[in-house]
Design a protein around this ligand. Structure first.
Ligand code: GDP
Ligand code: MG
Length: 220
């Protein structure tokens, strides 16, 4: 039977016992910042591609190990809808983590970060975690957004910050692993304090009366 932990933070499919948790992660940001490249770089050939043609959204699955937990990541990438800001609210549903990306050589993509952040806060689960990523840090000569500005914006929004390069494979794996760790930390914290924001969260996985009380000893 699914535990309350699973109900809150992911699904444990009875048919697949090869993971402890499943996290839905979204990569968002302006068009051309490198979201698809970033996902391909990370997923490499050990992914399971799926294409949801009706909504034009793609996701890949990758299982990683963090602190003795097998965590299955379902990482979603938009198929260009971000250009028109027509990402549906369904896309955000159930997402536990976001990589909010801009391009360090593109001021406009940086200026859009605030808007994307507002979208996340509006449509996603209250406990969803966000990492701000300035991609294309290999293009130092064309940089228009300094690291300092990136960091300041991240601080202002309450997100952690990385500069990365999908092209040169800089900080790609680290970004995903840090995001998973932050989700796990939040999860332990919420379970320990029985944060009402969890159970009362909009669009978040809900607890039902039938389910067991939360584990207090999550070591994730
Ligand atoms: P998306 O629209 O956000 O999914 O962006 P794409 O992944 O399609 O990338 C847009 C363009 O930026 C492509 O030409 C990529 O080759 C290029 N690109 C993506 N990531 C990097 C990077 O880290 N460095 C450099 N130099 N180019 C990149
Ligand atoms: Mg893309």
């Amino acid at each position: 039977m699914a535990s309350a932990t699973d109900a809150r933070y992911g699904q444990k499919e009875s048919s697949d016992q090869n993971f402890d948790y499943m996290f839905k992660i979204l990569i968002i940001g302006n068009s051309s910042v490198g979201k698809t490249s970033f996902l391909f770089r990370y997923a490499d050939d050990s992914f399971t591609p799926a294409f949801v043609s009706t909504v034009g959204i793609d996701f890949k699955v990758k299982t990683i190990y963090r602190q003795d937990k097998r965590i299955k990541l379902q990482i979603w990438d938009t198929a260009g809808q971000e250009r028109y800001r027509t990402i549906t609210t369904a896309y955000y549903r159930g997402a536990m983590g976001f990589i909010l990306m801009y391009d360090i050589t593109n001021e406009e993509s940086f200026n859009a970060v605030q808007d994307w952040s507002t979208q996340i806060k509006t449509y996603s689960w209250d406990n969803a975690q966000v990492l701000l990523v300035g991609n294309k840090c290999d293009m130092e000569d064309e940089r228009v957004v300094s690291s300092e500005r990136g960091r300041q914006l991240a601080d202002h929004l309450g997100f952690e910050f990385f500069e990365a390069s999908a092209k040169d494979n800089i900080n790609v794996k680290q970004t995903f692993e840090r995001l998973v760790d932050v989700i796990c930390e939040k999860m332990s914290e919420s379970l320990a304090t029985a944060d009402p924001a969890v159970t009362g969260a909009k669009q978040g996985p809900q607890l039902s009366d039938q389910q067991a009380p939360p584990h207090q000893d999550c070591a994730c």
